[in-house]
Write a protein that binds this ligand. Structure first.
Ligand SMILES: Nc1ncnc2c1ncn2[C@@H]1O[C@H](COP(=O)(O)OP(=O)(O)O)[C@@H](O)[C@H]1O
Ligand SMILES: Nc1ccn([C@@H]2O[C@H](COP(=O)(O)O)[C@@H](O)[C@H]2O)c(=O)n1
Length: 673
C-alpha cells in the first residue's frame, strides 16, 4: 500500500506500531505491493483480483522480515521456509548487498558504520527484488563478514519462486523496497538478548574479539537501531515478539501465506488439478454452505448449485468431436458433439448427494456406486460396487463432495482401474479438497484429473478438512448413516441379498387434526418437486436392472421415504397438522396398467418404454414396477410377434403393424386384458 495515499485509520493503526506487540493480520495481504491502489478501494479491489485471477499466473509473494541485529530474523525466516515446504521459496539477505570497502575504508574499518543505510547498495537490492518479482533469476553477491568484501568471482544464483523472503536490519527503510512487499514482519527481541547473541556470534563465527564487538555496538549498532531500525517498525504488518520462540505467530503467518498461495501452487505442482474459477458468487455460496448455522434446506440448495458448476467444469475436460449443424437461418454452425461414453460413479454415501446435479447436467447418464466399508476396528476395508458393465469403455466422473486424506478416493480409483477404466479417463469431482488429499491422489494417479471448487488449508489431527464444511453426509437430510444391513441392496454381495418385500406405507392425517388446522387463508402449495435436491437414502433400493436405461422410474433409492414426503410433512406441520403419515402403496409390482411401445423387428421385438430423452425403445422384461402378470403377458406377446411375423412400427419410415400395446391386470376380477 502506498504511504502517500493511505487513509487516516490506516495511519493511526500503523502509527501505533512501536507500542504494539502482537499480530495484526486484519487486511493483511489484501494490500497489494503496488503504488497505485486507492485506499478506499484497496481491500475490495485486492480481494477481487485475488478471486478473479485465481487461475492466472500470479506474481511471487514478497515477504519482508526486519528487526535489530541478532533478533532472530534469519531463524524466523528458516522456520517459515520449513513450514512452506509445498512452495518454492527463496531467501534474500540484505547483508549480501553490503558495499565492499575501499582500501582506504578497510584500513579504518573500526570507524566504518555498517548499520547506516548508506552501507548497503540499495539500488542493486531494488533491482534484485524487482527482477525476482518479474519471474527472472538474479545473481546475488556473496559477502564475507570477515574481510568486509564481496566475492569478486562468485555469486549465488536465486531463481524465480512463489515466495520471496527479504531479510535484513534495514529492509523497511527505503520506501521503494517496502512497496514491493506483500507482507512485512518485524522480529521484536529484547535488546539485552540481542547483544548477548551478537557477542557470541561475532566472536565465534566472525572471529572478532569481544572488545571490538562491544565498541562497535555502542558506537554504531545501537544508535543506528534507534535512528533507523526501530522507526521502521511502524511499517510492519506483523510484529513477532520473541522471534523464533513464537511458534503461534509463525504458524499464523504460514497459514495465511498458505491460504494465499494454496490453490495456485498445487495447480502448478499438479497440472491435472483444476479449481473452478472463483467469483464473488461462488465464494458467497461457499460462505453459506460452510456456515454451521445454515438450514439444511439452504445447505442442500447451495451445495447442489456449486456441485452443478463443478460437474459442468468436469464435463469440459471430456473429449469432444466436431459437429456441424444448420441453423434456422440456413447457415452452418460448426460446434462440437458431447462425449457419449460417459458415466458417473459416486463414492457412497456423500457422493450420492452429487448424483442429482450430475443427472441435471447429463440427461440419462448411468451412475454406478462404490462403497468402502471399514470392517471392525482392525482397519480392514470392504469394497462393494455396482458399476455399469461396460465401464471400461466409458469416461468416469467420480463423485465425492470432500477430498480429505485421499484414502477412500484412492481405493475407489484403484477399483475403477481394475475394472479396466484407463486412469486418464477418470475425472474426480469434489466441492472442497484438502492439500493432503490432492498430494495423495495425484502422486499415485498422475494422469487422473481432479476438478474442485476450492482447495482448503489443511487437515487437522482428526483428519478433518480445515476450515472445511463438516461431515457432508450429516448435513444432508435423508442421507442416513448406513449400517451394513442398511446398505443399498444393489451393493451387497449376492449371497447377502434379502428377498425383496413389498412394504406398504400409508399417508393420512386424522379428521380431528384436519378439523383443527387453520382453514384460511388457503395455503399455496409449495413446489414440492423442485425446491430441494432429492437426496437418495440408502435404505430402500428398487434394484431394477433397467433403471437408468428406461425412463419409467426416476428414483431408485429412498423409495420408502421420498423427499416429497418430508416436504409434505413440513407443509402439513406448518398448518398445524402433526399426525401426518405417508402411504406410497407397494414399492414393487404395483403397476397394473402398462402402455408400452413396440419397436425393433418381428424377429427381435423390443417392447418397453423410451430411453430417457430419445425415442429408442428399451426392452424391460424384468421391470420391477410392473405387476409380474404384466411382465409375463409381455413375454407371451413377444413370442407371438415373432411367431406370427408381425412387423413392429418403424418411426423413421412410418410403417409397421404394431405400435403400442396396453396391458391391464385386473386383480379383483383375476383377469388380464
Ligand atoms: N530463539 C532463540 N533462542 C536462542 N538463540 C537464538 C534464537 N533465535 C536466534 N538465536 C541465535 O541468535 C543468533 C542470531 O540469530 P539470527 O536468526 O541469525 O538473527 P538475525 O538474523 O536477526 O541476525 C544465532 O546464533 C541464532 O542461533
Ligand atoms: N562487515 C560487516 C557487515 C555487517 N556487520 C554487522 O552485521 C549486522 C547486520 O546483520 P544481522 O546479523 O544483524 O542481520 C549489522 O548490525 C552490522 O553491524 C558487521 O559487523 N560487519
Amino acid at each position: 500500500m502506498p504511504e502517500e495515499t493511505i487513509s487516516i485509520d490506516y495511519v493511526m493503526e500503523k502509527a501505533s506500531g512501536p507500542h504494539f506487540s502482537g499480530l495484526r493480520l486484519d487486511g493483511l495481504l489484501s494490500s497489494p505491493p503496488s503504488s497505485t491502489a486507492s485506499p478506499s478501494h484497496c481491500s475490495a479491489s485486492a480481494s477481487s483480483s485475488a478471486l478473479s485471477d485465481s487461475n492466472a499466473p500470479k506474481q511471487p509473494f514478497v515477504i519482508g522480515v526486519s528487526g535489530g541485529t541478532a533478533s532472530g530474523k534469519t531463524t524466523v525466516c528458516d522456520m517459515i521456509i520449513q513450514e512452506l515446504h509445498d512452495h518454492r521459496v527463496v531467501l534474500v539477505n540484505q547483508d549480501s548487498f553490503y558495499r565492499g570497502l575501499t582500501p582506504e575504508e578497510s584500513k579504518r574499518v573500526h570507524e566504518y558504520n555498517f548499520d547506516h543505510p548508506d552501507a548497503f547498495d540499495t539500488e542493486q537490492l531494488l533491482d534484485c527484488i524487482q527482477k525476482l518479482r518479474g519471474g527472472q533469476s538474479y545473481q546475488v553477491p556473496i559477502y564475507d563478514f570477515k574481510n568486509h568484501h564481496r566475492s569478486s568471482e562468485s555469486f549465488r544464483q536465486v531463481n524465480a519462486s512463489d515466495v520471496i523472503i527479504l531479510e535484513g536490519i534495514l529492509v523497511f527503510h527505503d520506501q521503494r523496497v517496502r512497496n514491493l512487499m506483500n507482507m512485512k514482519i518485524f522480529v521484536d527481541t529484547d535488546a539485552d538478548v540481542r547483544l548477548a547473541r551478537r557477542i557470541r556470534r561475532d566472536t565465534v563465527e566472525r572471529g572478532r574479539d569481544i572488545n571490538s564487538v562491544l565498541e562497535q555496538y555502542a558506537k554504531f549498532v545501537k544508535p543506528a537501531f534507534d535512528d533507523f531500525v526501530l522507526p521502521s517498525k511502524k511499517y510492519a504488518d506483523v510484529i513477532i515478539p520473541r522471534g523464533g520462540d513464537n511458534h503461534v505467530a509463525i504458524d499464523l503467518i504460514v497459514q495465511h501465506i498458505h491460504t494465499k498461495l494454496g490453490q495456485h501452487d498445487l495447480c502448478k505442482i499438479y497440472p491435472n488439478v483444476h479449481v473452478i474459477q472463483s467469483t464473488f458468487q461462488i465464494r458467497g455460496m461457499h460462505t453459506l454452505i460452510r456456515d454451521a448455522e445454515i438450514s439444511k434446506h439452504d445447505f442442500v440448495f447451495y451445495s447442489d448449485r456449486l456441485i452443478r458448476l463443478v460437474v459442468e467444469h468436469g464435463l469440459g475436460h471430456l473429449p469432444f468431436t466436431e459437429k456441424q449443424v444448420v441453423t434456422p437461418t440456413g447457415s452452418v454452425y460448426t460446434g462440437v458433439d458431447f462425449c457419449k461414453k460417459l458415466c458417473g460413479v459416486s463414492i457412497v454415501r456423500s457422493g450420492e448427494s452429487m448424483e442429482n446435479a450430475l443427472r441435471a447436467c447429463c440427461k440419462g447418464i448411468k451412475i454406478g456406486k462404490i462403497l468402502i466399508h471399514r470392517d471392525g476396528d482392525k482397519g480392514k476395508q470392504l469394497i462393494y460396487e455396482k458399476l455399469p458393465k461396460d465401464i471400461s469403455e466409458r469416461h468416469v466422473l467420480l463423485l465425492d463432495p470432500v477430498l480429505a486424506t485421499g484414502n477412500s478416493a484412492n481405493q475407489a480409483i484403484e477399483l475403477l482401474i481394475q475394472k479396466g477404466v484407463p486412469e486418464c479417463h477418470i475425472i474426480f469431482l469434489n466441492l472442497i479438497s484438502a492439500p493432503e488429499g490432492i498430494h495423495c491422489v495425484c502422486k499415485r494417479f498422475p494422469s487422473l484429473k481432479i476438478v474442485t471448487s476450492e482447495i482448503d488449508v489443511a487437515l487437522n489431527e482428526e483428519f478433518r478438512v480445515i476450515p472445511g464444511m463438516g461431515e457432508f453426509g450429516d448435513r444432508i437430510p435423508s442421507l442416513h448413516s448406513p449400517s451394513i444391513s442398511q446398505m443399498p441392496l444393489c451393493l451387497l454381495p449376492n449371497r447377502l441379498l434379502p428377498l425383496p418385500s413389498c412394504p406398504l406405507i400409508t399417508c393420512h392425517a386424522s379428521p380431528a387434526a384436519l378439523r383443527s388446522s387453520p382453514s384460511s387463508p388457503p395455503p399455496t402449495l409449495p413446489n414440492l418437486l423442485n425446491n430441494t435436491t432429492p437426496v437418495p437414502s440408502l435404505s430402500c433400493a428398487l434394484q431394477c436392472p433397467h433403471f437408468q436405461s428406461c425412463s419409467g422410474c426416476t428414483h431408485e433409492l429412498n423409495l420408502h421415504r421420498p423427499i416429497i414426503v418430508d416436504e409434505a410433512d413440513q407443509f402439513f406441520k406448518s398448518l398445524g397438522v402433526s399426525d401426518f403419515d405417508f402411504d406410497s402403496g407397494r414399492l414393487w409390482g404395483w403397476r397394473s396398467r402398462a402402455k408400452l411401445a413396440v419397436r425393433g423387428s418381428s424377429m427381435k421385438p423390443l417392447i418397453g418404454l423410451y430411453e430417457e430423452g430419445t425415442h429408442n425403445v428399451v426392452d424391460i422384461p424384468h421391470c420391477k414396477a410392473h405387476h409380474p402378470n404384466i411382465n409375463a403377458a409381455v413375454e407371451l406377446l413377444r413370442q407371438g410377434v415373432t411367431k406370427l411375423n408381425i412387423e413392429p412400427y418403424d418411426e423413421d419410415e412410418g410403417t409397421g403393424e404394431l405400435r403400442y400395446v396396453q396391458v391391464l391386470n385386473e386383480i379383483n376380477k383375476q383377469k388380464l386384458k
